[in-house]
Design a protein around this ligand. Sequence first.
Ligand code: G3P
Length: 217
Amino acid sequence: MKFFIDTANLEEIKEAQSLGILDGVTTNPSLMAKEGISGEKDILNHYVNICNLVKGDVSAEVISVDFEGIVEEGEKLASLHSQIVVKVPMIEEGVKALRYFSDKGIKTNCTLIFSAGQALLAAKAGATYVSPFIGRLDDVSTDGLNLISEIRDIYDNYAYETEILAASIRHTMHIINCAKIGADVMTGPISAIKGLLKHPLTDIGLAKFLADHKKNN
Ligand code: G3P
């Protein structure tokens, strides 16, 4: 499973990168706003800075909601850097834009996926990635992981090449369960990624090894 970090914070990206496990980055307008990045020039520069920090795909989301606007914005984003993936919302105009970008060889990430039907449509339109938001489904008492399973079954039935990018990851068990189900990618915060490191028996075991070593040295 590929590991993406879901942030626009350069320090967090560097921290994940330093672990040697990072395959890419996802951002969204809320994450960019959280970092205080605004204005077209600064936003585009920030995407380039992120691309220069990591080797893999970097999702940059369009703001437009009409086909022409999505295409214009997406082409500008894609021209910034070869690692840019154009993030497009799952709306009717977005589906049309997914097909347009796919035909032009521009990578896409179809975001705000909350149903298997939406994921099926995005794959039909040639999306590179689909982003089912599992945490936000869990927030409204709906099993987000079940959606990942449904999409996995559908994509495997027809050998769709669209990759399932499990998004809105909140904690380590989301990551582990997504890996068990067969999500191709997960994108989560640094806290969930680093949470995978932790086990009290590891800490206890290491403390004992070091104490025993000290006795004879
Ligand atoms: O980037 C999309 C998704 O990961 C957002 O997550 O935590 O805002 O639901 P969250």
